[in-house]
Design a protein around this ligand. Structure first.
Ligand SMILES: Nc1ncnc2c1ncn2[C@@H]1O[C@H](COP(=O)(O)OP(=O)(O)OP(=O)(O)O)[C@@H](O)[C@H]1O
Ligand SMILES: [Mg+2]
Length: 313
């Protein structure tokens, strides 16, 4: 089984640590990390570390394409790219003491033409039963309709479609009927209107389960609601809560992408639904323990996995 990840809105992740943060003074950077990123690339990296056969695909700004490719060290095979007019954007994360300020720039322009070009390249590689994970925001110029059409095309190619895009609405989900979606609590609120507290109690979990079942009735096969510290509520044929151990959290950036990678790698390894949910939770938590946009290794995820609690709901 081959895994394909798709990033429609790639970016450079620039993490700057400052010792002062003042509007009236110059703030000097004490530490700097610059990575070539994008949510699908995160999913691909973690799935690859977990032993999957992965290739990552992306739309990329043509003006700074070489710079981006030079920074991508780990990917094998290399990133498959559809070049787009303009520059790949930079997302800035400014770390000051234990606070984080995030500023996301606008990047290249892409629409129907670029997406259908990406699909044409992708489809010749897909065999029935492969997994395609589409993650992240939509680039400038790309409408929800363009994205829906792309997702429908991927689905009709016979692949199992995983979607982690906050722009995707419940009506698009009803049209596309993905194999799995992985909203966090804010995205789930946007999809269903359900407000979830940061630390959900049993009664909240039942409400989440019922709202996720509605989405299932609409055709989405599995709904993984990631709850940050609370772990992951996986709603498929069964409903399972995977609860992580208490850990020292450094940065939750990429935790959700790692969780999706864990779920996918779990399927590729023939694990049961509950075991996939546990691995997803473990990967998310293992990544949350690392600085900046660093992503977990297989060993780090396995160590957490042995301490994940599973409960059927
Ligand atoms: N503070 C935390 N403590 C323990 N585990 C965490 C924490 N935050 C996240 N996780 C783990 O990571 C998973 C995904 O986290 P989260 O809900 O934050 O995803 P997300 O908001 O989609 O992240 P992103 O989109 O930045 O990758 C959770 O299901 C949980 O297993
Ligand atoms: Mg996310």
């Amino acid at each position: 089984m081959n895994i394909f990840t798709v990033t429609l809105n790639t970016c450079f992740d620039l993490t700057l640590t400052v010792d002062t943060l003042s509007f009236d003074d110059v703030n000097r950077v004490s530490k700097e990390l610059r990575q070539a990123g994008g949510k699908g690339i995160h999913v691909g990296k973690v799935a690859g570390r977990l032993g999957c056969d992965v290739s990552c695909w992306a739309l990329l700004g043509e003006e700074n394409r070489a710079d981006f490719m030079n920074l991508l060290d780990e990917l094998e095979p290399p990133l498959q790219v559809v070049p787009c007019k303009g520059r790949t954007r930079e997302n800035l994360t400014i770390r000051y003491l234990n606070q984080t300020l995030k500023i996301n720039r606008d990047g290249f322009l892409a629409g129907r033409k670029e997406l259908s070009c990406l699909f044409d390249l992708l489809k010749v590689n897909i065999t029935h039963g492969d997994i395609v994970a589409v993650s992240g925001s939509l680039p400038r110029g790309c409408t929800l309709e363009n994205a829906a059409e792309f997702l429908e095309n991927v689905k009709s190619s016979g692949a199992l479609l995983a979607v982690d895009c906050d722009a995707v609405t419940s009506s698009v989900l009803g049209r596309v009927k993905p194999w799995v979606i992985k909203p966090n609590i804010h995205e789930f609120h946007k999809l269903t209107g359900l407000s979830i507290p940061d630390e959900p109690e049993e009664s909240d979990l039942v409400k989440i389960k019922n709202a996720a079942l509605e989405i299932r009735f609409g055709g989405t096969e599995n709904v993984l609601v990631s709850l940050g510290t609370g772990g992951l509520l996986a709603v498929g044929k069964k409903t399972v809560l995977a609860k992580p151990p208490k850990v020292d959290v450094k940065s939750t950036v990429g935790a959700g992408d790692s969780a999706l990678a864990g779920y996918i790698a779990g399927l590729a390894a023939g694990k049961s639904f509950a075991r996939r949910a546990a691995l997803a939770c473990a990967c998310g938590t293992a990544t949350a323990m690392l600085e900046g946009t660093l992503l977990c290794s297989s060993e780090e995820a396995q160590e957490i996995l042995s301490r994940v609690e599973l409960k059927e709901l």
